[in-house]
Design a protein around this ligand. Sequence first.
Ligand code: CAA
Ligand code: NAD
Length: 305
Amino acid sequence: ATAGFATTAQLLKDINSVTVIGAGLMGSGIVQVAAQANCKVTMVDTSDAALGNGEKLISTSLKRVARKKFADDEQQQKQFIDNVLANITLSKNAEQAVSDSDLVVEAIVENIDVKRTLFTSLDKAAPEHSIFCSNTSSLPISEIAAATSASRQEKFAGLHFFNPVPAMKLVEIVRTNAVTDDVFQSLQDFTTKVGKTPVSCKDTPGFIVNRLLVPYMFEAFRVLDRKEASIKDIDTAMKLGAGMPMGPFELADFVGLDTMKFIVDGWAKEGKIEAALVQPSPALDDLVSQGHLGRKSGKGFYDYN
Ligand code: CAA
Ligand code: NAD
């Protein structure tokens, strides 16, 4: 490179400005941890209501983090919260938001067509050096990335955070065959900068965690569907007998029942996972069809109202 000009590799190395598309459970958490790490972050969603929901999730969680960091000092707590919030901008215009982003993280609905449409438009609007990531739980990264140009596909990876993002320490970096070493390194550095531990994984269904966790959760739904035990007893059993922090039904309500259903229905359609593991659950399907999506809607397997 000519002296004075940053090479693409150098530009990629230091991720400072981040756009997160989707202000739901995951998007809001990713915005928060990036802003806590002093990145300038834009949070994008399609409506004021969705952005307001994201803001509320962030402010509740930030209060919790601040109380833990600065136990007895309300002034420092307030300063910390103000500093983090000052790093966050809201937008309903995704194309404008990505126009000066080093990193774009997508955390919208788990639907491949919607994600692909979004990324095609973002590819045209973002600078050449921007790294694109999807936080998808279950969809093939290379198929989402294929909606962008060949040069973007070298900078397109899975960056899979866990719920609740501010508390869970893991990020799976999903590497397709197209991703370059520089891009992979930048994502490892970014993951560490936001206080998480990276693991890497090939672009396979469910990556590591969900490939193991989701079949276990659906097996719990099948125990219920077969009327072998109650929701409460299955949850109690897995917490007290297997050391899980939440039982499978508590966890499903926490993740979102629509998301649980999207994951398994998508895998069943793709046919890449043994059919027995992706059998739909009537109990889950009933709740989703009634709009009971878990904690985020006030009712799921449990009632939160
Ligand atoms: N914001 C900030 N901090 C939070 C938080 C939030 N929203 N939620 C929890 N925390 C922090 C707490 O401050 C606390 O921190 P310290 O230990 O440092 O004090 C810690 O997390 C534990 O919280 P609590 O003591 O209040 O509560 P808990 O012990 O019941 O833990 C939990 C809460 C961390 C959520 C725990 O129940 C848990 O680990 N549950 C399982 C979560 C899980 O499996 N997530 C993965 C879901 S699958 C997924 O995400 C992938 C996918 O694609 C679907
Ligand atoms: P959510 O339902 O809480 O939020 C999704 C948000 O995306 C909503 O605010 C919605 O308005 C917005 N949105 C939808 N289409 C959009 C578009 N075209 N442009 C901008 N915003 C749009 O969902 P979530 O739980 O945050 O999940 C988001 C993604 O993260 C999914 O791919 C999901 O599989 C994945 N994920 C979820 C979890 C979890 O535990 N919930 C964990 C890891 C990964």
